[in-house]
Unconditional design. Structure first.
Length: 185
């Protein structure tokens, strides 16, 4: 086991810097910190989905496994030069996506975020994951990043979209569809 934190505050960040996993200090607003911080935010939003009572057990297992992946992915971003997320894990994510998507009816319209507390929380997780992906691409433009990281986040946002559809059907029996032909006053 790694370090145990006996004291949460260190005061080392009071100067606007933070320590990376390899010991170097960087500004708290650096692209690397923004990227792994947004991955942490995505992980927290998935925790909100899991906190909604009554979500299906297979969805809960999937999301819990993803939380572990995101913790690993954040660690990879926090330690420059490290690679934790592998292509095999992305393939597993794609298989999960297919397994949850196959029973759903094909989409003919856009879906509005909503459909029940868990589905709405899943849409928030999806959008935060998309933002994390954009932050990783910003980082990749200036520093080396394993290309498995943005690929993972891209597939994850797709999976969260599908899981939001699954949860909307579980909670309300249907999704909230965008009505493009509605009358405007």
């Amino acid at each position: 086991m790694g370090h145990r934190l006996s004291r949460i505050y260190t005061r080392t960040g009071d100067d606007g810097t933070t320590g990376l996993g390899d010991g170097q200090r960087v500004r708290k607003d650096s692209s690397r910190v923004e990227a792994y911080g947004t991955v942490d935010e995505a992980n927290s939003t998935i925790g909100l989905v899991l906190a909604v009572p009554g979500i299906p057990a297979d969805v809960a297992r999937c999301l819990t496994e993803i939380q572990h992946d995101l913790f690993d992915l954040g660690g990879e971003l926090c330690i420059p030069g490290t690679q934790v997320i592998k292509a095999e894990r992305i393939a597993e994510l794609e298989a999960m996506l297919d397994r949850f998507n196959d029973p759903l009816p094909p989409l003919k319209d856009f879906i509005l975020p909503g459909g029940g507390p868990a589905a709405a929380a899943c849409h928030v997780a999806r959008t935060v994951t998309r933002r994390a992906e954009r932050c990783v691409w910003t980082l990749a433009a200036i520093e080396p990043v394993s290309m498995e990281v943005p690929k993972y986040l891209n597939r994850l946002s797709d999976l969260l979209f599908v899981l939001a559809r699954v949860l909307a059907r579980h909670e309300n029996g249907s999704e909230v569809l965008w009505r493009h032909d509605r009358g405007r006053s």
